[in-house]
Design a protein around this ligand. Sequence first.
Ligand code: PRX
Length: 631
Amino acid sequence: MGFQIQSYQQYLDDYKKSVTNPAEFWDEIAVHFKWRKHWDKTFEYDWSKPETKWFIGGQLNITENCLDRHLASKADQTAIIWEPNNPNEKSVRVTYKELHSKVCAFANVLKKNGIQKGDKVCIYMPMIVELAVAVLACARIGAVHSVVFAGFSSKALAARINDAGCKIVLTADGGYRGEKTTPLKNIVDEALKNCSTVNNVLVFKRTDQPINWNDNIDKWWHEEIAQIEDICEPVVLDSEDELFILYTSGSTGKPKGMVHTCGGYMVYTTYSFQNVFQYKEGDVYWCTADIGWITGHSYIIYGPLCLGATTVMFEGVPSYPDYGRFWEVCEKHKVNQFYTAPTAIRTLAKHPKDLVDKYDLSNLKVLGTVGEPINEEAWHWYDDNVGKNKCPIVDTWWQTETGGILISSLAGVTEGKPTFATLPMPGIQPALFDSEGRKIENQEAEGILAIQHPWPSIARTIYGDHERYKNVYFSAYPNHYFPGDGALRDAKGNYRITGRVDDVVIVSGHNLGTAPVENAIDEHKDVVECAVVGFPHDVKGNALYAFVITYDKVSKPEQLKNEILELVSKTVGPIAKPDKIQFVSGLPKTRSGKIMRRILRKIASKDTENLGDISTLLNPDVVTEIIDNSL
Ligand code: PRX
C-alpha cells in the first residue's frame, strides 16, 4: 500500500511528522483502507481515565479489507500457504477468492448458531486453515473472537471462556504437534463442566481420534458447513467496536483479557507489517508463531491479509521430523521473510549446522525475531547460518497489549544492531524512567520503558476490569503507558529491551505470570506456600524456579515434585512447568509479610554475592538455608 517507508531519510521525516502532527500522519495512512464511513476525528485520549479512541466515527469491516478488497486484482493469488505437521501430508494453498468464500460460509454457520454482533466466540483450535477462517468469520459478523492457545489446560480454557462469557466454542477433535496429538475436544468437554455460557461446540475433524459427544451442544464442522451459502455481507462496525479479546498473563493469578478494537488495530498492524518486513508484492512471508498468541493475530492473519500478502501457516513444531524442518519449509515455499522467536533460534543452534546448510535458503530477504530479548550468540547464529549475512534482522519489540510492533528496525531501511530492537516505529514515543519515577533525559541511559503518546492499536481495556487496566498500565508514570519492561538506550537512540521488571517471566517466548503457577502449586495438599521466580536458561531464555514450603518433612521428594509438575501442567499448561523445585522451610519475607522475590531471583540465578541488606527481613536465617540447598 502507499505507505511503504523506502529510505532512512523517509523514516526520519515520517517519524518527525508522526510526533509533530500525529493526526495528519495517521490520516494519510488510514485513507489507504476501505472504510464504509470516513472517521470524524483521528484520535482522542485521556490517560487519566484511561481512554483511547482512534478514527472516531469511522465505520468498516476488517474482513472487507483482508478479503473483498483484494478480489478485483488478487482473487487467484495465494492468501495462505498451509504447511502440515507431517511433511508427508500435502501442503495447501488457499487463494484470496477461496478464503473469502470459506470465511463467508463459516460466518453463515456462526449466524445459524445464533451468533451475532458483540457475542464472544472462543476458538481453541490447532494451526489449521479453519482457525484463520474462524477468526475472520467472527470479524465478518462483528462477533468478538477469543482465541485460546491450544496448549492451554482445561482449567485455563474454562477461566477464559467464563471471563469473556463465550457463547460458542470452536475446536477440533484433536491437534497434531510433532509426535504428539492433543485431545482438544476432550479438553473442551472437561472445561465446559465449569462453564455455563456456552450453547454450542463446533468440532472440526482433524485427527479422527475417538471423542466424547454430547448431542445437545456438539456439532460437526463439516456437517454445519455443508450446503451453506458462501455469501455473507460484512457487518459494518464502528472503528471502536471490539474486534477481539486475547488473554495474557499478569502479576496476579487472573489472566488479563486484552480488548482490541477494529479501526486502529487494522491500520497499525498493516502499516507496521509492511514497513518492518518491507513486504513487496509476490513475496512469501512466514511467521512461525501460533495464532493463539498476538503475533499470530497481528502478523499471520490481520496485517498480512490486509496488505494482500501471501502468509504461511505452519501446523507443526521446529523439531519434527527433525531440527531442519523450518529450513525445509523455507526452501519448499520459497520464503522471503521469516519471523520466529529467539527460543526457537537457540534450540536450533544447538543442532548440527548441516540441518540448515542442506536447504536452499536463497529466497530469504528478511529475518525477524519476537517475544523476548535475543542474546548476542543466537543473533549471530541466525545472521550467519540462516541469513548468510545478507538478510537484515528485525528484532521486534511489542506486546499483546500493544497490538503491533512498537520498536524495531525496518528491514534494510534503518540500521539493525545485534540484541537491540533499535528505533521506535513512526508514531511511537518511548521514554525511560529511573527507579524513583523520574524521566531520564540523557540519551544514553538504562531505565524502565514507558510510551508517551497513544498509537492506533493499543488495547483499550482489560475485559470486564477497567480498573485493573488503569492500575497495571497507567499508574506508574503520569500520562505514559507502562509496558513492564526495562530498556537501555544508546547514544543513537537505539533501544535494547533488557527484560521484565514485574512478576512476569518469559519462558520459551511464552509470557507467564508467576502468580498462576504459584496458585497451582498451592493447590497441592502438602504445600503450605510457595514462590516462583524466573532464572536465565540458555535455550528457553528463562525458566521457572519454585521454592516450596510443605507441611511435613518431604519423605519422597521426587514423587512430590512430579505431583506438583502435574498440577501445574493441568492447571496452567505444560509450558508453565518449573524446571527446578526446591523444598524450603521458609521464604524470605519483609516484616510486613511480603515475599522478597528479589532475593529468590538472585538465588535462582546463582548470583548470591550481592543480596543487599537482608538483616531487615523477618527471617534472615532462611536465606542461608535456601542458598545452601539451592539447585
Ligand atoms: O518482555 C517483553 C517481551 O515479551 C513481552 C510481551 O509478551 P506477549 O504479550 O506475550 O507478546 C509477545 C509477542 C509480541 C514484552 O513485554 N518481548 C517481546 N518482544 C521482545 C521482547 N523482549 C525483548 N525483545 C523483543 N523483541
